[in-house]
Write a protein that binds this ligand. Structure first.
Ligand SMILES: [Zn+2]
Length: 290
């Protein structure tokens, strides 16, 4: 998980969201508030034109904020299809129509895993998993909020296990929040994700290694066998340096669109103390900023 870039919605969309939120907020009873929020959410695309347009904009901007190419912001693997409420509407109806509470997630993360599972921290920093139908005692989320926090300060990809490891001490509030987030999303429990992160790690390495070799080439005969037959359309008449610059730019763009950006995030940290990665980053130092 990465922190999402912050983007605003238009004034008219904000106003539409506020109208819906006010409808929810004016109901005094918690259970009735939840049911109102859920009903309004279900019917959000069948209302008037202004409302439909507002949710089209919400989805469009969330897409542009998503990691890689419209990939789920939680697992970084599947297509991001659903508007997910970070604070679930079943526990926090007062955040159902808040722009700041949205991100795009895949069906697996949104529906199958996170669903209504959520936890808060009480005053003693103990984790309280919320029970369906009960009003939370506070809104101190034990779930990391990638709209406003950098998840990589809590959990980081580990290249040996291909799992995420918790950074803060486990008995601190931050350590507990990291653990809860991993558990709710099943980021370490899903074998398909673990395998995909391993593959992503290897691909990042192999692609960067080939680029280093391409940049070291001093003539077309050395460079040509290192070019990808389907992607790299150059010929021997082009200046070598121009080709090499294009290859570098293309790989940067490719990395920025690749799934599992958390793997790449961790690799850039590894570049400082792992000899194999350090060799590649010494050859292409600007890759540390990709
Ligand atoms: Zn997902």
């Amino acid at each position: 998980m990465l922190q999402l870039p912050d983007k605003p919605v238009s004034e008219s969309t904000r106003a539409q969201l506020q109208l819906l939120q006010e409808e929810v907020n004016q109901i005094p009873d918690f259970a009735a508030q939840v049911s109102k929020a859920q009903g309004l959410w279900r019917s959000k695309n069948s209302g008037n034109r202004a409302r439909i347009a507002a949710f089209e904009e919400v989805k469009r901007i969330l897409k542009s904020m998503s990691v890689a190419v419209e990939i789920c912001n939680y697992c970084e693997h599947n297509e991001a299809s659903d508007i997910e409420h970070i604070y679930p509407k079943s526990f926090f109806p007062s955040r159902t129509f808040r722009w700041e509470n949205y991100l795009l997630a895949c069906k697996n993360c949104n529906t199958a895993l996170k669903n209504d599972r959520f936890a808060i921290l009480n005053e003693a920093d103990e984790v309280i998993y919320l029970k369906r139908g009960t009003q939370p005692a506070n809104d101190r989320a034990a779930f990391i909020n990638p709209r406003i926090e950098n998840p990589n300060e809590f959990i980081i990809y580990d290249a040996l296990s291909h799992n995420f490891v918790v950074i803060p001490e486990p008995d601190t509030a931050d350590g507990k929040r990291a653990h809860v987030t991993l558990k709710i999303l099943g980021l370490n429990a899903r074998d398909a994700l673990k395998h995909a992160r391993k593959t992503a790690y290897e691909n990042f390495y192999n692609r960067l290694l080939v680029l280093v070799q391409q940049l070291e080439a001093r003539d077309w005969e050395t460079l040509e066998p290192l070019l990808s037959p389907d992607a790299d359309r150059f010929d021997r008449n082009q200046p070598l340096q121009e080709i090499q610059q294009s290859l570098k730019t293309a790989l940067q763009k490719h990395f920025q669109k690749s799934p599992h950006p958390s793997v790449w995030y961790a690799i850039k940290l590894l570049g400082r103390h792992d000899a194999k990665w350090a060799r590649l980053f010494n050859a292409i130092p600007e890759a540390l900023n990709w």
